[in-house]
Design a protein around this ligand. Structure first.
Ligand SMILES: NC(=O)c1ccc[n+]([C@@H]2O[C@H](COP(=O)([O-])OP(=O)(O)OC[C@H]3O[C@@H](n4cnc5c(N)ncnc54)[C@H](OP(=O)(O)O)[C@@H]3O)[C@@H](O)[C@H]2O)c1
Length: 343
């Protein structure tokens, strides 16, 4: 009977590992979260931060991993080793925990191994985060909190969402959820995506082709970036694009810092070319203490927490297990990374 050797490099509860193993009796599951962490220098993504005692030295990690990598067919991970395929001659499929693959370096992106992503697994919680930023900016939440701290009773006007337009750059798993929530607030929603169809999807008011980004930027009170970082989208929002936005508008970025020319954004905010920004992601993370963004009125910073909820792993595992069933039964996998389009 054929066995499927799986390595899980995500930190999770024993019960969750058992749930994965229970997908099929032929699965042989090993957990290697700490070994991957020791070799990649990244914290094992998952339920909890590692205890100091959990952290392995490289030599021990290498010794434990080597025989497992020799046999592995399926890897479920957030980070990869740059020479993973060289070390794993039987590897056929890598399922990546995150939605985006932009930070993945190494041979798996170029060579003939199936790569799937966590795209969609955290769309709901990320869309909630977008709407939190939209509401906090629209209603000037930081100003209320400051006033409360000083026991000040000062009234001021706030933005009415039902009279506002939200522009989505990217209309995938997160963008579609944001559209749904924004529509329930009565907002007008415009979107753009890489591929364009004449007919606008039902959930939004208008879908425009990519070359009409200017129109979207000029029309929107809230511009939301919900697209991957690829060679085509790096610095998509630069000085020129920021100038196209209304002085009363806000930029929301929960995708990747590299989508925005950050020095240009800082200048635009300082010169009041736009009213503010809600940012979960940055060009350098953690955002350096000397960044002027920390101290700007109208800027809300969250430390790359978009998908973090107690269901982080459960949401991701559900997708992985669905793909696992498909892999075993020879059905097409979900979210296969497309090497040409870059996401
Ligand atoms: N803050 C966080 O922790 C966090 C967590 C999860 C994800 N993210 C980021 O969010 C991104 C989006 O996630 P998702 O799940 O919504 O991805 P998705 O479902 O793959 O959707 C991506 C959308 O971007 C569009 N797009 C791609 N290239 C474009 C371009 N050049 N111009 C305009 N639109 C373009 C795609 O167009 P088509 O529809 O035509 O393909 C699609 O609509 C991820 O790639 C990741 O970087 C961040």
């Amino acid at each position: 009977m054929k066995e499927y050797r799986i390595l899980v490099a995500i930190h999770m509860e024993e019960s969750q590992l058992r749930e994965i193993a229970a997908v099929d009796p032929r699965l042989r599951v090993n957990t290697v979260a700490h070994e991957f962490s020791a070799l990649t220098g990244r914290a094992p993504l998952g339920l909890r931060a590692p205890d100091e005692a959990d952290l392995l030295d490289r030599t021990t990690a290498e010794t434990r991993l080597a025989p497992l990598l020799q046999e592995v067919e399926i890897l479920y991970t957030a980070w990869v080793l740059p020479d993973l395929l060289q070390r794993s001659p039987k590897l056929r499929w890598v399922h990546l925990f995150p939605h985006g693959v932009d930070y993945i370096r190494g041979d798996i992106l170029e060579k003939d191994v199936i790569v799937t992503t966590g795209q969609g697994a955290h769309a709901a919680v990320l869309a909630e985060h977008v709407m939190t930023l939209v509401l906090m900016l629209a209603k000037q939440a930081p100003r209320f909190m400051r006033q409360q701290g000083e026991c000040q009773w000062k009234r001021f006007y706030v933005i009415e969402l039902s009279r506002s337009t939200l522009g989505l750059v990217g209309f995938g798993s997160i963008g579609k959820r944001v559209a749904q929530y924004a529509k329930s607030f009565g907002m007008r929603v415009i979107a753009t995506r890489r591929t364009f169809t004449e007919e606008s999807p039902l959930e939004i008011d208008e879908l425009v082709p990519r070359d009409r980004l200017e129109y979207l930027l000029k029309e929107s009170d809230f511009v939301v970036l919900a697209l991957p970082l690829t060679s085509a989208t790096r610095n998509l929002i630069g000085e020129k694009e920021l100038r196209m936005m209304k002085p009363s508008a806000f930029l929301i970025n929960i995708s990747r810092g590299g989508l925005v020319d950050e020095p240009a954004l800082i200048r635009a905010l300082q010169e009041k070319q736009l009213a503010g920004a809600g940012l979960d992601v940055f060009q350098v993370e953690p955002l350096p203490a000397e960044s002027p963004l920390w101290h700007m009125d109208g800027v809300i910073i969250t430390p790359h927490v978009g998908p973090l909820s107690p269901y982080l792993v459960e949401n991701a595992n559900r997708l992985f297990m669905e793909n696992l069933r498909r892999y075993i039964t020879g059905n097409p996998l979900l979210n296969v990374f497309d090497r040409v389009r870059g996401y």
